[in-house]
Design a binder for this molecule. Structure first.
Ligand code: ZN
Ligand code: ZN
Ligand code: ZN
Length: 372
């Protein structure tokens, strides 16, 4: 079990969620397995059809309801040190009734944003008069503001994925398929310290024009530009995500010119990011530059997403967003251009907002790396 975060962190996070929920007029917050549960308790529980549910009432101590067969796992996790009651449920028990009993007299609950619909509806059946709202409005603002140790965790994740990118040139050559390269990259993601491979995008040639292409049996050709966008989860639950661009042989002068524009657009976006500016202005820095050089229409997605214990979380960096960045917020800056049927490109760093600017979690060069 990871020791980076301890009882004091979890109790403080639970306290903040409870306070936010109270201000929001909610009587209890319910959290099922996923990154919210892990963030709040350190318990990395499996999401099963059986109900595991942390209940944080505003007016009483938190409890966690778990299937009996998970009680040992719960007791072996950091949750055991939080002094909260662990209520085991037999196969024959109705865990939703158990939750309902814990919450006698309650009028309004918040359920975590990633709770399975089947569970939300069964909670509704067990407590038909209780109003349900989403808990993300209380949890996300806390998760979004990372403390020094969380930022350190993101630094380690960034360094791990940087080490993978450093070895990508060894793997790329004409005649190999995207899938073969992707398999090698997945092995490296684990070898460099992640415990899970979250995604591997190896998009060569025209496949690069689809932002979320993963891998295929396409055989890499001489002259192909290759988008390599990869990420994983570290043992402490924090995620990496980084895109670098490679070319196998010479991708041609048109591609190189467009790449230079993207290189500058991504740099301008990074330089624009600091506390006090809006997410929309960070998006605009990249978008306007691409626009000025005729690539604006080919930039078909938002500039970035927050990252932490999930690869995609708040804050989102998109056109027109008035959301104001603050120190401790971590997000990607990943503009690109996508020319259907021809080629694509994206450059992505994870950055964290500091007191005066940003710190990048990724340090591999941004230049197009040509593999001969
Ligand atoms: Zn994405
Ligand atoms: Zn990303
Ligand atoms: Zn990415």
């Amino acid at each position: 079990m990871d020791q980076a975060f301890g009882t004091a962190d979890f109790l403080s996070r639970i306290g903040k969620v409870r306070q936010a929920a109270q201000v929001g007029g909610v009587d209890a917050v319910l959290v099922t397995p996923g990154s919210d549960l892990r963030y709040l308790t350190g318990y990395d529980a499996k999401a099963l059809e059986r109900l595991t549910c942390l209940v944080i009432p505003i007016a009483a101590d938190p409890v966690i309801v778990v299937p009996n067969l998970e009680v040992l796992a719960a007791k072996a996790s950091p949750i055991a040190l939080l002094g909260m009651e662990i209520i085991g449920c037999d196969e024959g028990d109705d865990p939703y009734e158990t939750v309902a009993q814990v919450m006698q007299g309650i009028a309004k609950i918040a359920v975590d944003d990633h709770m399975w619909a089947s569970k939300v509806l069964r909670l509704k059946s067990a407590m038909p008069l209780v109003e349900q709202v989403l808990a993300g409005q209380f949890i996300d603002p806390i998760r979004m503001r990372k403390d020094a140790r969380e930022i350190d965790a993101l630094r380690r994740a960034g360094a791990a994925i940087d080490r993978v990118h450093a070895r990508v040139p060894e793997l790329l050559r004409p005649g190999r398929t995207e899938r073969e390269v992707g398999r090698d990259i997945a092995e490296l993601i684990i070898a460099e310290g992640h415990v899970a491979v979250d995604f591997v995008i190896v998009a060569a040639g025209a496949n690069g024009a689809s932002p979320h292409h993963e891998v295929s049996d396409y055989i890499i050709q001489l002259g192909d530009a290759v988008v390599v966008d990869i990420g994983g989860t570290m043992p402490d639950g924090y995620c990496s995500d980084c895109t670098r661009m490679y070319a196998v042989g010479n991708p041609g002068s048109e591609y190189r010119e467009k790449y230079d524009v993207l290189f500058e657009a991504q740099k301008q976006s990074r330089e624009s990011a600091r506390p006090g500016v809006s997410a929309g202005s960070v998006d605009a820095a990249a978008r306007n530059y691409l626009d000025d050089f005729g690539l604006g229409d080919l930039f078909i997605h938002r500039t970035g997403h927050g990252i932490g214990m999930q690869t995609h979380e708040e804050p989102y960096i998109f056109q027109g967003s008035s959301f104001v960045l603050e120190p401790g917020m971590a997000f990607s800056i990943e503009p690109g251009f996508y020319d259907e049927g021809r080629f694509g490109a994206r450059i992505e760093d994870i950055v964290v907002c500091t007191e005066s600017g940003i710190e990048s979690m990724n340090h591999q060069p941004h230049e197009l790396i040509v593999v001969e």
